[in-house]
Design a protein around this ligand. Structure first.
Ligand SMILES: Cc1cc2nc3c(=O)[nH]c(=O)nc-3n(C[C@H](O)[C@H](O)[C@H](O)COP(=O)(O)OP(=O)(O)OC[C@H]3O[C@@H](n4cnc5c(N)ncnc54)[C@H](O)[C@@H]3O)c2cc1C
Length: 293
């Protein structure tokens, strides 16, 4: 199923993001996670891709396995940094052969140990390449940043580049994690001013570990609100307390987003089911009243 067709019919989207496991233990963990989360009938699941092609085989195998085993709509992420044109087309051809209909087109961040210059400078070049080569074979999603991407001189400029990705054929966007809904509301206003009206799926990252989230947030430029950071730091040596605060925060953040009227939730699961499950369960009635399938 093409995600853009599903979204076009006004359906609320529920999706999960996984990373490709490294070993047998990781594969077992991922299988168990999907088994737990599949009961909520995800619209699709996605599998990340190591920038520079570090997970090329693993991403492909994970996509294949999930599709075959669970019959879910699977969207591979594809980062173009450090890949030449032929490599990208080779990967896309393989996905086409597997019946994959959706791709998340990303630039990625160049790994420090891989100086290879890729065919694409920005994600927009990848979107163009996919659309020019494959037309509507793939529904193409792109990334967006409610607080602005770290490299962008301003949020406004970042949104102009998001518009380029949409104009080139991006059909929906998934947000980077964010913890202040006001950032998202302001982002939506700016998108409307620029005439960007594709569905925007909210990337939800329930906080389950303070050290880990501080690292992630720093890497991707997401702000953890001061009062939340303070609460978490006070209990940082008590994992259950951190988890409780993190889940409660995610539930109230998602509830406000549902009331505002968003197009869907894309859970960054980190290949674990519990946090995602708790947030969905707490908002089950609201979420499922918005879903037609
Ligand atoms: C939902 C989601 C999933 C992700 N999945 C992965 C993954 O699987 N693997 C991975 O490695 N990373 C992943 N990332 C991280 C992503 O690769 C990084 O954030 C990366 O730095 C930017 O990728 P992009 O596709 O947004 O790039 P782009 O859209 O190319 O933007 C990158 C920067 O360049 C600027 N820019 C764009 N076009 C131009 C232009 N023409 N001129 C000047 N500046 C320009 C933008 O404003 C921005 O600052 C994901 C991010 C999100 C939000």
């Amino acid at each position: 199923m093409k995600i853009c067709d599903y979204l076009k019919s006004g359906n609320f989207s529920l999706s999960y993001e996984f990373f490709p496991p490294k070993d047998v233990k990781g594969r077992k963990q991922l299988t168990e996670t999907i088994e737990e989360l599949i009961i909520y009938k995800p619209s699709f699941v996605s599998v990340t891709y190591g920038a520079g092609g570090t997970t090329r085989e693993r991403t492909l195998n994970t996509v294949k396995e999930i599709k075959e085993k669970f019959n879910l709509t699977v969207m591979p992420h594809l980062t173009c940094v450090a890949h030449d044109r032929e490599e990208i087309l080779d990967i896309l051809e393989t996905y086409k052969g597997l019946g994959i209909e959706n791709i998340l087109a990303l630039r990625g961040d160049r790994p420090k140990d891989n100086p290879k210059k890729g065919f694409c400078r920005y994600a927009v070049d990848l979107v163009r390449l996919i659309k020019e080569t494959y037309g509507d074979t793939f529904c193409v999603g792109v990334a967006c940043y409610p607080e602005g991407h770290q490299e962008a001189p301003s949020l406004e400029e970042d949104i102009l580049h998001l518009k380029e990705k949409i104009d080139a054929g991006g059909q929906f966007a998934i947000t980077q994690m964010f913890f202040r809904n006001e950032d998202f509301f302001r982002f939506k206003e700016l998108l409307a001013k620029k005439g960007i009206d594709v569905p925007i799926l909210i990337g939800v990252m329930p906080i389950t570990n303070f050290k880990q989230i501080k690292k992630f947030a720093q890497l991707c430029g997401a702000t953890i609100p001061l009062d939340l950071a303070k609460k978490l730091s006070e209990v940082q040596d008590k994992p259950e307390e951190v988890y409780k605060i993190g889940i409660e925060y995610a539930i109230s953040q998602c509830e406000e987003l549902l009331d505002y009227g968003v197009d869907g939730f894309h859970f960054y699961t980190l290949n674990r089911p519990d946090a995602t499950k708790e947030v969905i369960e707490a908002l089950r009635d609201k979420i499922f009243s918005l879903r037609k399938v």
